[in-house]
Design a protein around this ligand. Sequence first.
Ligand SMILES: O=C[C@H](O)[C@H](O)COP(=O)(O)O
Ligand SMILES: C=C(OP(=O)(O)O)C(=O)O
Ligand SMILES: [Mn+2]
Length: 447
Amino acid sequence: MTVNVDTTAQDFSWLSLPAAQQPEWPDSEALRKVLAELASYPPLVFAGECDQLRARLGAVARGEAFLLQGGDCAEAFDAVSADHIRNKLKTLLQMAVVLTYAASVPVVKVGRIAGQYSKPRSKSTETRDGVTLPVYRGDSVNGFDFTPESRIPDPERLKRMYHASSSTLNLVRAFTTGGYADLRQVHAWNQDFVRNSPSGQRYERLAKEIDNALAFMNACGVDPEEFKTVEFYSSHEALVLDYETALTRTDSRTGDLYDVSGHMVWIGERTRQLDHAHIEFASKIRNPLGVKLGPTTSVDDALELIDRLDPDREPGRLSFITRMGAGKVRDLLPNLVEKVTASGAQVAWICDPMHGNTFEASSGHKTRNFDDVLDEVKGFFEVHRALGTHPGGIHVELTGDDVTECVGGGDEVFVDDLHQRYETACDPRLNRSQSLDLAFLVAEMLR
Ligand SMILES: O=C[C@H](O)[C@H](O)COP(=O)(O)O
Ligand SMILES: C=C(OP(=O)(O)O)C(=O)O
Ligand SMILES: [Mn+2]
């Protein structure tokens, strides 16, 4: 498949290359109109903000900070509501506080949010009760409902993706700079269902300690306004190149290209072919980049990705997000980390403990076991500790809602519970108390 953007103003070299996992839009004239309109829309993020995140990730790569990256597997248009967004943000803020306070390390906070609407899939069709339809590829492409009409790719959805991202980011910016994320609000983030869970109670104790620390700093004359805002960034998988290309603009300060659809973008495990369009696209934009690395990644793949995406060896430019699986991480990761480090590259190593640990439960639900998620993170830390390299962060699929999609956790979800609130449009997410559990356990590893 090739990419369908009609651009004349720029040398968009990736457009002539093959691209995996792209939608087959049925109406090219409708697509052309949508992309022209998108190309005229204002940027969702500024180049300078992307630069700032790159600098923060540079600290991660050097071992001076830790990345917390999390959010839905697939955002959905009907979940763009104040409640959903606030709950997700609360979860990330609580996790970040736990990591910052319990491990005394600066935490760089990045959501899988405000743009995570497109999904690569294992199969191009889905069959139910003898009926076969095109697979759901995310709200940016087609509908989740299992009907022939809904599964037809509709380019108008790309505009909805832009507007959904825009209103999400607007609320996130309001929450993080308008007082809601003020550190003096640590207790307020711990409300609703999570408060009485084991990790919610543990969090409450930690929040009291933070109160004391803040009171102490206040008495010492530290300006309380210092704690009022939080730096928070957006990220998503740069998958549908029609959309990402329409949102790629020249920075007037430098003449460089930036994908202004999000601060950080990553290239997925299924689209990181070196001679394909996604890697070419990523090599041309100045945003901080992630690349997912699964268990089949060779040392040569990793080194070539570095040459293509980070030729200047700039800490913060490139993060490798490894997702090997709990059973493989201890075998496969050491050689990659060792050879990449020996090459002189300074990538940030991030652990995605979700995508290598998916299985189908006896109930038929796609799920993940909390213990496997935790074990992959443990393995990731063990490998880096043994090599003297830095375990730079975690990349997780989570939601702020009380869903039952992953099994296990302190407030245990059982296989028989999965049907109760199984709401994901794609992969199973940690719920808020499982996310907090994970933060406490990772903080112990970091200490
Ligand atoms: O989120 C990641 C992928 O899109 C997802 O794991 C693929 O799921 P599938 O195997 O159901 O297509
Ligand atoms: C598709 C995803 O992951 P991966 O590319 O690692 O399979 C994802 O992060 O949702
Ligand atoms: Mn996923």
